[in-house]
Design a protein around this ligand. Structure first.
Ligand SMILES: O=C(O)CCC(=O)C(=O)O
Ligand SMILES: [Fe+2]
Length: 352
C-alpha cells in the first residue's frame, strides 16, 4: 500500500508528554520510514512507500474561514488581467503579489506553469493592527524584506486572507516542536529559530488543463505546476476537491495525493533537508489539473527566520555521513530559489 499518516493534532495540545511523543513518532514515520502499523492507505494505487508527505486533521481552522478564504481567492483571480497585473510580482520587493499564467517555471525543464498565483508574507492580522499601532510596521527580513501588496476594490479580501494566514501559522507553530521530537531533539529546538515567522502563503488558481494535452504534451512539460521540491522547512497545503497533486514515490513513479475533506497536507521542504542532512528529505511533487474544472489551492511555506543560518543539526552529521550543503541564511536560500523560479518571466533589465 502507498500509505501515509493521518496525524491528529488534538494531541499536539496535550499536557501529556507521552501523547505528544506518540504523535511525533507518527510524524517521524511519515518523514523517515513508513512501516508503522497505524497507517491507512491514502495516496492512490501504489505499493511503494513514500516519505515526506502526510495529512493532518483536527487542525483547528474552521471550514467557514477556509470557505471565505477560497471565495476571496476566486474573487481575486476573477479580476481583469490588467488589474491583477498592477500587483505584478516582478514589480514588488521580494516576490509579493500576482503571478500571471506561465509566469513561473517551477521545473527548469518545463515550459511554464499553468497556474496563476498571489503571494504574501508575514503581516499581522488586520484586527491586531488596529489594536497595536506598532504591529503594522515594516519588518526587517534581511534578504527577503518587502511588504505585502493588496488589491483595491475587493472589500474584506485582506482581512480574510490574513486571518487564514495567521491561523495556518499557528498550526505551523504546533508542528515545529513535533518535528523536533521526531528528530529526537528537545521540543523547543526550533523555538529560537522561529521567532519571526518566515512564511510565504500563496493563493493558487489552476485553469482546467486541456485533456488533449495527454497527446500534445506527452512528457508533461506544461502542467499546473512542474515537478519541484518546496524551499522552506515544511508546507501546509489546503487543496480543493479537484485532485491533481502528485507525489513522486521512492520507485520514481507519480502517485496522486488525493484530496481528503477536513484535512490539510503537510510536506517536507528543502530547508529541513539541509537542517537534517537529508534525514528528512524533501519530496518531489507537481500538479496536473485534468479534472476539467478550475482548481484552487493554498500552500503556506513555513521556514525558520530569514536571518537564521541553515546549519546541520549536530546529531544529523557523522563521519560516515558528512554535511552535504553550502551554509547560508534561510533568507538567502529562499531568495535564490525564488529568483530561479521567476527568472524566465522577469523583465529584461534596460540598458539605459
Ligand atoms: O497546488 C498544489 O496543490 C501544490 C502547490 C505547490 O506545490 C507549490 O506551490 O509549491
Ligand atoms: Fe510545492
Amino acid at each position: 500500500m502507498f500509505n501515509s499518516v493521518f496525524s491528529d493534532l488534538v494531541d499536539a495540545h496535550s499536557k501529556d508528554p507521552v501523547a505528544r511523543r506518540k504523535l511525533a513518532d507518527l510524524i517521524r514515520d511519515a518523514c523517515v520510514n513508513v512501516s508503522h502499523a497505524e497507517y491507512e492507505p491514502v495516496f492512490s494505487d501504489e505499493n511503494v512507500p513514500q516519505v515526506g508527505f502526510f495529512y493532518i486533521k483536527s487542525h483547528g481552522i474552521s471550514e467557514d474561514l477556509i470557505g471565505k478564504t477560497v471565495e476571496a481567492s476566486k474573487a481575486f483571480f476573477a479580476l481583469p488581467e490588467e488589474t491583477k497585473m498592477e500587483l505584478d510580482i516582478h514589480k514588488t520587493p521580494n516576490f509579493k503579489g500576482y503571478t500571471a499564467l506561465l509566469g513561473e517555471n517551477t521545473d527548469s525543464n518545463g515550459l511554464g506553469d499553468l497556474h496563476e498565483g498571489f503571494d504574501l508574507g508575514w503581516e499581522s492580522a488586520v484586527d491586531s493592527i488596529q489594536l497595536d499601532t506598532s504591529a503594522g510596521a515594516p519588518r526587517d527580513d534581511g534578504a527577503m524584506s518587502g511588504e505585502n501588496v493588496w488589491p483595491t476594490g475587493l472589500p474584506g479580501f485582506r482581512e480574510t486572507v490574513l486571518d487564514y494566514y495567521q491561523r495556518v501559522l499557528q498550526v505551523g507553530q504546533l508542528l515545529f516542536p513535533l518535528f523536533a521530537l521526531a528528530l529526537d531533539l528537545p521540543e523547543n529546538y526550533f523555538d529560537d529559530k522561529t521567532t519571526k515567522p518566515a512564511a510565504i502563503m500563496r493563493l493558487l488558481y489552476y485553469p482546467p488543463q486541456n485533456p488533449t494535452s495527454f497527446k500534445t504534451d506527452p512528457d508533461d512539460r506544461q502542467i499546473g505546476i512542474g515537478a519541484h521540491t518546496d524551499y522552506e522547512c515544511f508546507t501546509i497545503l489546503w487543496q480543493d476537491r479537484s485532485g491533481g497533486l502528485q507525489v513522486r514515490n521512492t520507485a520514481g513513479k507519480w502517485v496522486d495525493a488525493v484530496p481528503i475533506p477536513g484535512t490539510l497536507v503537510v510536506n517536507l521542504g528543502d530547508q529541513f533537508a539541509r537542517w537534517t542532512n537529508d534525514i528528512f528529505k524533501s519530496t518531489l511533487h507537481r500538479v496536473i489539473n485534468r479534472s476539467g474544472a478550475e482548481r484552487y489551492s493554498i500552500p503556506l511555506f513555513f521556514g525558520t527566520d530569514y536571518d537564521v543560518r541553515l546549519e546541520p543539526i549536530p546529531t544529523c552529521v557523522t563521519p560516515g555521513s558528512p554535511y552535504k550543503y553550502e551554509i547560508m541564511t534561510a533568507g538567502e536560500y529562499v531568495k535564490s530559489r525564488l529568483e530561479a523560479t521567476y527568472a524566465h518571466s522577469a523583465p529584461v533589465a534596460s540598458a539605459a
